[in-house]
Structure formats: C-alpha cells, structure tokens
Write a protein that binds this ligand. Sequence first.
Ligand SMILES: [Zn+2]
Length: 442
Amino acid sequence: MNAKKGLQALSLLLIMALIGTMSVPAVSAEEENDKEYLSTPLIIFEGSTKQIDASQIKSDLKIDNTIEKYDLVSFDIPEIRNEIFKKGELPVCIQGKQYSMILNELLVNDKGVNPETHSYNGYLKGVDNSNIVLTISESVFLASIIINGEEYCIDSLSAKDPSGDKYHIEYMVKDIKIEGNYLYGIEDYLAHSTMSDDELKIRSEEAKIEEKEKATKSITYVRILVMTDAKWIYDEPDWQSKAQLIIAQANNQFGRSDIQLNLIATYDSSKASELAADAQNLVQNPLDTFINHVDVSYLNSKYADIAVYLGGYDCTNPNWGVGATWGYDDSDPSDRRYAWVQMADDPSPYDPNIHDRTVASLHEIGHLFDADHQDGMQGPNQESYNRAYQWNSGSTTQSVVWAPILRSTSYEYSSNDYNGDYYHNNALRIYNTRNVVRDYYI
Ligand SMILES: [Zn+2]
C-alpha cells in the first residue's frame, strides 16, 4: 500500500468518527487491500512474536513457492517455553481472535533423546473442534493448529536474523497452491501378498476381538528409528525437530482410545553420509536402497521395532510415489519393518510443508500396522475392515491412509468411533496389530 491510500483510509476514519451516527459501510475492495497491508501476523504470541518484512531480507529464505500467503516472523522462544512449562497454557491470537492453548506434553522420544525438545498436543479452550500439535526446541517452534477443519502451521526456516533467532513462517494449508498431477495408481503398500491359511485364520480371529478387548486396553509402546540422509540435513538443519513434530502427530492420533499406541522415537543421522553417497539408487528405489544400507541387525542394535527413512531426495522413478513400505503383509518378515517418506518437493501436488509431510508419514507408518487404502485387500477371506474412509463435513476429507495423498487428507485414521464405520476402521486394524509390531525387536 502506498502512503496516499493510507491517508485516504485515515481520512475515512476521521469522517466516520465525526459522523458518529452514520452506519458502518460494507468493507470495500480497497479497504480489504489496506487491511492486508496493515495486517498483523496470522498467529501471534503476545510479546513474543516479531513480524519481519520478507522483502527486506537479502538472502534466499528457501520458502516453498507453492505457499502463496505467509507471514515471516521470529519468536522469543525462551519466553514461549517458560509460559508452556509454567502453566501448560499458552495465550495466542489467530487471525485477530484471542484463544488460549491448553497443552499436554506428549511422550515422543526415547529416554535421553533431544531432552530440550518438547512436544505437546491439545486444543483451544472453549473451541470444540480444535486440535493442536506442537514441538518446541531451544531455537525452533513448529506447530499444526486445526480449527474447524482449517489448519494453521508454524514452520522454521534455515535462515537466522542478525541476532541469531531462526526465521519462522506462519501459513494456512488452504493457502498452499495445488500444482502438478496427483499420483494416482501408484501402489505404495507393496506387499498385498497372498496369505497362508494359517495367517488368514489369525487375521480373522484378530478381527473378532474388537468389542471384547475394549475394556482391557492399555498402551503399547513401539520403538521407531527415524533416519535421514545428508541432503535433508543440509537443506533443513532443524530436520530433527521437524521429524519430531511428525512423530508427535502420529502419537496424537495413536493416542486415541481405540488405538492406544505410542511410538518411541530415536533420531539417527549416522547413516546420513552413506545414504547420500548412494543418491543415484535412492532416487530410483528409495525403500530398498534404505533397507540395503540399514539392515535388520542394525535396527536390532538400536532396539528399534520399525524404521522410517525421511529422505531429502525427490524420487524420480515414476513407479514410486512419495512414500512406500513393503508393509505388514510382506512375505519377508524383516522387510515389514521399514518405511520411506520423501521430505523433498515433488512434481506432484505433494510439497515440503508440514501438512503434506505429516500425512505421507502417518500414511506409511499406518501401513506398517496394516492400515490399508480405501479399496482394502479384497482377496477371498482377507480382512476387509482395515480400509481408509472419506467423509463430508462441509468439504470432502479423507482419512490418512487414503490413496493418493491429497491436500484435503486429514491426519486421522479411519475409525468406527469417529470418521469411518465397521468396514473402514484403520484404528481397529492398528489396534489389532500393534502388539505384533511391538515384538519385531526381541
Ligand atoms: Zn499407501
């Protein structure tokens, strides 16, 4: 906005003040523009949020160009941490509206792993349809805040301001442009093998225990090794906090009363250079290349039941999408323990933002627990209740194991108890397989 328009707006205010009885006119397009210019950041933590004019920054901020609207900010992170640690409550202003975040610390990491990086889930006080997952380290603040189906994200950038504070961006998922074609027809859950009669019998028994077991539930802990390559570490030095936010969202979903699963994460960069040195194979066949470099004895040496490779390369082989697993059904038991998810941008609508990365990761992790796509396996005598679901609550939304991954895909697993039904019940399938996965490492 230029100064002239500003003066016009000011004089309009003066006239309105003088003519006190005059009714307030509808907002004109020009005033809308003025408002945009004058607007405060999308998300403000009072006294701890500083807005930055992105056009004044000389260095490349490396903000994904599909995020069409965002605010660039820096935070007084020690102050925000104090507030959360003290009360478990954090006042916040989102799009000009005051709220209070009610937060509970989530167990995400193994003992001694990132002791200064904390994750929380929670809700906005008095807002029924709200959900928050955040991760805060000593320098980085990452969050997903969902209010009535609208998601607001806070993500960190690599660049720092002159005083050493990391730049962050705030945006709404609806403001991320959808570019490219969706990856239809790519089967990322690769097993779908024919099962033996014995296995089928076990499956059918598992499916029957639903109601019986509900009264005697307890949390199952599954240990996950989160690995990456040198490329993601180079591109995003905060990769570990970003990975922790993803596992925190997984635990936010797995913590529901019909799943009761808690992942316990360890972050491992010790194979980062080795993986990067094999980039040529990684971009062709990321999952198998990962398995080749990180064999089962390595997983066992780290006490891990499962491993997810959050890869910094764009997989260019059209046979692979942006994530894959051999899955729970694979005939080779050791291959069942691995998943790969792309963290890099993709020519498809999949982008390197919090939403897409989290959906893809929860989708693949779901496969490790035999949560399936909407089609299910549909073989004779195979369980059919583990399917993804789609529903409409104002707009069409898919549960997280829906294929392909869409921008409208939510973080939820399908469930008979919330969005789903008896035949679209990933939650039950995860519940039924969680103890098998827990025993992968013995
Ligand atoms: Zn899938």
